[in-house]
Design a protein around this ligand. Structure first.
Ligand code: MRU
Length: 319
């Protein structure tokens, strides 16, 4: 991804240190967080210095690498950070397998990331056919380079369409409570893709007005029947899109698919800290005594999904 004329990835390795763009600070401040231990990496995932299922998976792969002398402790620590992102568990399994085979831990983690980037690039190439000149697209959360190390999933499609010189317009939901829409705005701005950031509550209005040609989102976990867990609010957008006969696409690498779960109701939904609701981007809007609830994800049933864009093409159904 581009920032001030330079190419960046959401995280990268320098020797045995892992560096992350600190996503808690964007879009105002560009800071780099350095992790040396698996504890540092687990903190980065839990505190959302790094976020987005594929990037969390990549961080976990490096977490296993930096603690390869005790993979069991690393796996335990990492798996306790964020329960919904399937990539995290997939990456821990991938690395446990590589370590059991005696592979070099850092090279195995690098390979994990290279494979992820290849998948994301293919997602972009496969999905770009959905965009033509004048297409208006709604996004929710951030499924961009920040969420996947580079390219993105949903945003990979838009990046590739932009690279092919297709003229499009993006409506980016701000995505309370954590405001990942600001990260999408940051990426689109630096990529030169025209967009507006909108309040979550405005998405239905624009769909009803006929201003949206399709909706595209990422995924944290996909059950066997095609139900998709993604950022809280995704389900609502899918219902409004369905009601207005607007196609609703999910872009994700195939490893987001969890073959152990028959349907979305079995997906564990992360409940996050109450202060994420009591604050907006670090600023207090409510005192501690206000009771809040804060589920980080919801599940969109498969019948609301028009297609799944993966590294292998666009599938109408998941099964
Ligand atoms: O809580 P987050 O920011 O990690 O949630 C991210 C999302 O919901 C993304 O849409 C999903 O992980 C896919 S990212 C390619």
């Amino acid at each position: 991804m581009k920032y001030q004329g330079k190419d960046y990835t959401a995280l990268w390795r320098e020797g045995d240190q892992i560096r992350f763009i600190d996503q808690r600070r964007l879009p105002f401040t560009f800071e780099v967080y350095t992790a040396r231990t698996v504890d540092d990496i687990a903190f980065a995932i839990k505190d959302m210095i790094v976020r987005g299922a594929p990037a969390i998976g990549a961080a976990a792969a490096y977490g296993m690498a930096v603690n390869s002398h005790d993979p069991q402790r690393a796996a335990q620590l990492l798996e306790a950070t964020r329960p919904t992102a399937h990539d995290l568990f997939y990456a821990v399994r991938y690395m446990s397998h590589a370590l059991n085979k005696g592979e070099d831990p850092f090279i195995a983690a690098d390979q994990y990331v290279e494979e992820l980037l290849r998948r994301c690039q293919k997602i972009g190439e496969n999905g770009a056919q959905l965009v033509s000149d004048g297409t208006r697209i709604l996004t929710h959360c951030n499924a961009g380079a920040l969420a996947t190390v580079d390219h993105g999933t949903a945003l990979a499609v838009l990046r590739e369409a932009h690279r092919q010189d297709k003229k499009m317009y993006v409506y980016a939901d701000e995505t309370r409570p954590r405001l990942q829409g600001l990260l999408t705005a940051w990426e689109l701005f630096h990529e030169g893709i025209p967009f507006s950031l909108i309040a979550d509550n405005a998405a239905g209005y624009y769909m009803q007005q006929g201003d949206i040609d399709f909706v595209i989102v990422g995924a944290d976990r996909i059950a066997k029947n095609g139900d998709v867990a993604n950022k809280i609010g995704t389900y609502e957008k899918a219902i409004v899109a369905h009601h207005n006969e607007i196609p609703f696409y999910v872009a994700a690498p195939e490893n987001t698919f969890d073959p152990a779960l028959l349907q979305g109701t079995q997906i564990a939904i992360e409940e996050r800290f109450g202060n994420e609701i009591r604050e907006v981007h670090g600023a207090r809007i409510m005192p501690d005594w206000v009771p809040v609830k804060n589920p980080a994800f919801d599940v969109t049933p498969h019948h609301l999904i028009s297609g799944y864009i993966t590294e292998n093409g666009i599938r109408k159904t998941w099964q």
